[in-house]
Design a protein around this ligand. Structure first.
Ligand code: G3P
Ligand code: MG
Length: 384
């Protein structure tokens, strides 16, 4: 059973404003001379990452060249753009550094909006609660950066329970070994095992589906106390619901949505009440609303007057067009359409979509071969 995320995201706009404002002054210094109020760009761009800009860690579709066109020769940003990805697993600051290296331009943390970025809006609710973070990369570090004070990765959490994964001995990696080398491991185990998990956050793609589904079922059906009696299901949040995405393998790979289906199917067979959860990520229109807000803040930071920058509000700038460049019709294109104006969708052929014409199910406003072509089109249309 899917829950409404409206209540969670109501605070999104005001919180984002507060969180972005310290960044604005530094951004304003790095932006170009284009930046007087009358010359504020009336458009912005949101780039999907997997299947548009990168395949794995390899730039594709002329993405390096395309992104360079959004900067001055001096390296200062001249066109407001962000990355709007359903992927994640690393803190936005770390991802920005990695992307900067891979793509050869200076990308700021506030330009990276990941599937799990909306989780930060839940920190008031779970700030001091015991929570478990699932997925590749550094899911617990991501949640800690958002303000959650009592978080463990599922790798570490599972390592405190003897025999929770009966297949562990057959696996070539051994998380328990790493955690049990920690001197406080033995002292910590009783506390961890008797502390009720209040929520589980699927931050990024699960690395070990069998172990994660097992441990999540344990947490969810016992009210957060694996091995105990049935209890009320703790909260469960997914960073996205992508069934498939494009990585380096020629055909699409199973994503977090596939993991969710597997978990839900199993949970619903072993528990009397259906699984309750909330999914974030594209195509949810609220993700696009948030992206618009982040882009507005970027545009406002173009203003050279620090007085205006520091008191900027999202209402003080309107976009004529926001371009979403994506490879997945049912995620990127559907999301942009649902969000409505000023979003304009551009579908590339470098990822999930490989068709000759447009997508029949979720047709884009424009179909191009590559991201480089998409940027060329945008700059021409905007007379830049
Ligand atoms: O795990 C990554 C994937 O689900 C999608 O990433 O960049 O195509 O939104 P992206
Ligand atoms: Mg993609």
């Amino acid at each position: 059973m899917r829950l409404s995320i409206l209540a969670i995201t109501n605070a999104l706009q005001s919180q984002n404003r507060k969180k972005l404002s310290p960044l604005l002054f530094s951004l304003s210094r790095s932006f170009s001379q284009l930046s007087s109020q009358s010359q504020r760009p009336s458009f912005g761009i949101a780039f999907d990452i997997d299947g548009v800009v990168l395949l794995g860690n390899t730039p594709i579709g002329g993405s390096n060249k395309a992104l360079k066109r959004l900067y001055q020769d001096s390296g200062d940003l001249r066109i407001p753009y962000i990355f709007l990805t359903n992927g994640g697993g690393f803190r936005e600051s770390k991802r920005a550094t990695e992307l900067s290296k891979l793509l050869g331009v200076n990308i700021l943390p506030c330009q990276v909006v990941q599937g799990h970025s909306p989780f930060k809006q839940l920190f008031n609710r779970f700030e001091n609660e015991f929570i478990v973070a699932v997925g590749k990369g550094e899911p617990a570090a991501v949640m800690a950066e958002y303000g959650f004070k009592n978080v463990l990765s599922i790798d570490e959490y599972a390592s405190y329970f003897d025999g929770i994964d009966p297949l562990a001995q057959y696996k070539k990696w051994n998380i328990k070994h790493a955690a049990s080398e920690n001197s406080t491991f033995k002292e910590m185990a009783p506390t961890i095992c008797s502390q009720r998990v209040q929520a589980a956050f699927i931050v990024s793609d699960s690395v070990d589906w069998s172990r994660d589904i097992q441990v999540l079922c344990d947490i969810l059906r016992t009210g957060g106390l694996p091995g105990r009696e049935t209890g009320h299901q703790p909260h469960l949040y997914f960073a996205n619901d992508d069934l498939e995405y494009q990585a380096t393998f020629p055909s699409e790979r199973l994503g977090m949505g596939a993991f969710r289906i597997a978990l839900e199917s199993i949970f619903n067979r072993i528990h009397p009440n259906p699984l309750e959860y909330t999914s974030f990520g594209k195509p949810n229109p609220l993700v696009f609303q948030n992206a618009e807000l982040v882009l507005k803040q970027l545009v406002l930071s173009l203003c050279p007057n620090p007085r205006v920058v520091n008191h900027a509000t999202s209402e003080s700038h309107r976009f004529r067009t926001l371009y979403m460049i994506g490879d997945n019709p049912s995620v990127d294109i559907k999301g942009a359409h649902q969000a409505g104006r000023p979003w304009f969708s551009i579908l590339t052929r470098t990822g999930v979509f490989k068709g000759k014409e447009n997508s029949s199910e979720f047709p884009a406003d424009l179909v191009v071969d590559t991201v480089e072509e998409a940027v060329e089109y945008i700059l021409r249309k905007e007379s830049i």
